[in-house]
Design a protein around this ligand. Structure first.
Ligand code: GDP
Length: 523
């Protein structure tokens, strides 16, 4: 008999007293429950809403009771410096109460409505005036829990962007009983309250840090839950398989074979391909997130700097220049179709002469060692020399391409023998071949991978998915070896824990703290 098992949808909850759920769910068990046992997440599967099975020792059942109250935090949420507007944010149970003491509201606070208020200068009353004088005017918006960014009571006081006024507000908020927020603590609270998962929280940081529109779009899609949605069907199927095996163990004494070996193999087999595709998306996700380095190498005078300038030029408006100090390398960050690319030019050596030539080539090799992509620039008017042959040999098997520059001076058919590396005629002087060069660099950078929703963008994500794939492979092997279901289950639970760590359901506090500490204060 196959148990009819409803996959559990996890809701943010907290632990209530230990409960032995082995075979009976309490009358008042919520429809979806989540539980922990000794720090590992377990699933409780409601069997037709009446009975439940829970495993691995004692179970803490989680229900939807309110989370224990946290303190009220405050921070200046706008960047340091002067600006048109500056915002002080308060979140926690006392947010509205403290805000009402911080400013003189002209109307009572109302959820999601901006209210005009006077920011008063407490120091002014001691100088003889009866009432403290107004030092600024502000708009105060209160978002009542749970309908706020943090899912707590949240107040935003938008004053003029004067650091003096904002600091006055913050200092008073602290005096009135708030605590200065840690970096990322507002978002962390949204995560802890279950309003967003960990991938969405990370996307908030990525959005703020985005340098190109493509990065911002990627972050926005992840913030909308694209990655979690992509993983969800696999996770659901995995939970169903776990439930099936658990049920099989329960009915073992009745000699009922609920899950034949072939069925288990089929189900594990179906779980893996979506995860492998997901892991493969890291190839593009990582470069969208982190960008890449392209080293431009070749002999002096081949036209490296001229090509570099050509590549940089079109994006000049949105690039940030980095002074090239290391080893005479000039670096510049450009956005190639939204992908951040750091160009490294081994410039700085102009004069001819054997020594300089050798030094230039040595630098080329160094730059190549550090870069993800390599652009070898050859001079179409010169025969290949030994060093260039060595560079070409070094580039074999790496993401590299060759520009045969000064094509304006050499006949098109006078191509160099290039030993299997794709070569493109270019002229930094006339601009010929530059558009094609950009296209080739882009294709090389993305390995041809297309943009898709729910990309993996961080090593943390990739490692979680890789761990899940490895655990599933172990489960498949165990199943093939006719190992008892209890052992297969251990592998399946491991896969589940890995997928759960992606969204933060089983991520340790240390790792959470590490992630949120990379946020800015006030976010
Ligand atoms: P690098 O030493 O490899 O960085 O070479 P440069 O970019 O400094 O160029 C060396 C010389 O070649 C300069 O005088 C450039 O103006 C010239 N040059 C660079 N690219 C081209 C090109 O495509 N066609 C022509 N005719 N001259 C070029």
């Amino acid at each position: 008999m196959a148990a009819q098992i409803a996959p559990v949808s996890c809701e943010r909850t907290h632990v209530i007293p230990t409960f032995d759920l082995k075979y009976a769910a309490p009358e008042n068990a919520p429809a979806s429950i989540r539980c922990w046992s000794g720090g590992t997440l377990n699933y409780i599967d409601l069997h037709a809403g009446r009975s439940a099975v829970a495993y691995n020792g004692s179970i803490h059942m989680a229900a939807s009771d309110p989370t224990p109250a946290l303190d009220t935090i405050a921070a200046i949420s706008t960047p340091p410096g002067r600006g048109g507007i500056g915002i002080v944010r308060l979140s926690g149970p006392l947010a509205a109460q403290i805000a009402a003491q911080l400013v003189h509201l002209r109307q009572p606070l109302e959820h999601a409505r901006a209210r005009l208020a006077d920011v008063l200068d407490p120091g002014s009353s001691s100088s003889g005036a009866a009432e403290p004088a107004r030092i600024d005017e502000a708009l105060v918006t209160w978002f009542a829990a749970p309908n706020s960014y943090t899912a707590e009571d949240l107040v935003e006081i938008a004053a003029h962007g004067s650091p003096v006024v904002l600091e006055l507000l913050l200092r008073r908020a602290l005096d009135l009983g708030t605590r200065l927020a840690e970096p990322g603590e507002f978002t962390q609270r949204a995560f802890l309250a279950g309003r967003i998962d960990l991938t969405q929280a990370e996307a908030v940081r990525d959005l703020i840090e985005a340098q190109t529109l493509t990065q911002a779009r990627q972050a926005a899609s992840q913030m909308g839950g694209a990655l979690s949605r992509r993983v969800a069907p696999t996770k659901r199927a995995l939970v169903e398989l776990i439930a099936l095996l658990e049920a099989g163990i329960d009915f073992a004494e009745d000699d009922v074979d609920v899950a034949p070996q072939a069925e288990i193999a089929r189900r594990i087999g179906e779980l893996t391909p979506p995860l492998i595709a997901l892991e493969a998306s890291f190839a593009r996700g990582r470069i969208v997130h982190d960008g890449l380095t392209l080293a431009i190498v070749g002999r002096p005078n081949a036209g490296k700097s001229s090509l570099f300038n050509r590549l940089v030029e079109r994006d000049r408006a949105i690039v940030t220049a980095t002074p090239g100090t290391t080893r005479d390398l000039v670096t510049e960050r450009i956005s190639l179709d939204g992908i951040p690319l750091e160009l490294v030019d081994t410039a700085g050596l102009r004069d001819a002469g054997e020594e300089v030539e050798q030094l230039g080539m040595a630098r080329s090799r160094e730059a190549m060692a550090d870069a993800a992509l390599v652009l070898i620039v050859l001079d179409a008017t010169q025969p290949l020399n030994d060093e260039e042959r060595r560079l070409l040999a070094l580039a074999q098997g790496r993401p590299a391409l060759v520009a045969v520059n000064k094509s304006d001076l050499a006949p098109a058919n006078g191509a160099h023998p290039l030993e299997g590396i794709s070569a493109l005629p270019t002229s930094a002087l006339t601009g010929e071949g530059i558009a094609a060069l950009r296209q080739r660099i882009l294709a090389l950078a993305t390995s041809g991978a297309a943009a898709e929703p729910g990309l993996l963008t961080s090593l943390r994500h990739q490692q979680a998915v890789a761990a899940a794939i490895a655990a599933l492979s172990d489960a498949a092997q165990a199943n093939q070896g006719a190992i008892p279901h209890e052992m297969i289950l251990l592998d399946l639970y491991r896969a589940l824990a890995a997928l759960d760590s992606l969204t933060g359901q089983t991520t340790s506090d240390d790792i959470l703290n590490l992630i949120f500490s990379t946020f800015c204060i006030g976010k």
